[in-house]
Design a binder for this molecule. Sequence first.
Ligand SMILES: [Zn+2]
Length: 152
Amino acid sequence: MAQKPKRAALARERTRRSQKNTPPSRRGSGPGATTRRGAATTCGWCGGAVTVKATGRIPKWCSAACRQRAWEQSRAAASGRSAVEVVERVIEVPAAPDATPRREQWPSLLRELAAQLDTGRIYTRDLPELGTVLTAALDAFQRRSARRGRRR
Ligand SMILES: [Zn+2]
């Protein structure tokens, strides 16, 4: 929304300039001038249409933005580097979840694992590693259950 008054001011500035550039004698309307006026009508930066006024300089750019970009580019070329436009974007990233599942997460995690195994969402090449950790988990479960049983 802050752009609108700026654009309006720019338009006013352009109007003022064009009025200032219109001499009463209509200079530039010689024999060659009319053909040149019709020819140069594309922006040197974006290739867009350039509004050529009846009198005054033939603009090279369609807008102030294109003139600015072209200027930045030529300046960068002169320095041997390329012009880059730095655009900052705010990306919301959810806070990294704790890598260690909480106790109440295990049942659903293990059910999900079973479902993924059944539906083929886990690759065959991943089965050996899963087999190792599942066996280790089951061994631990049984050791724990046996201890509990002894305590009773
Ligand atoms: Zn342009």
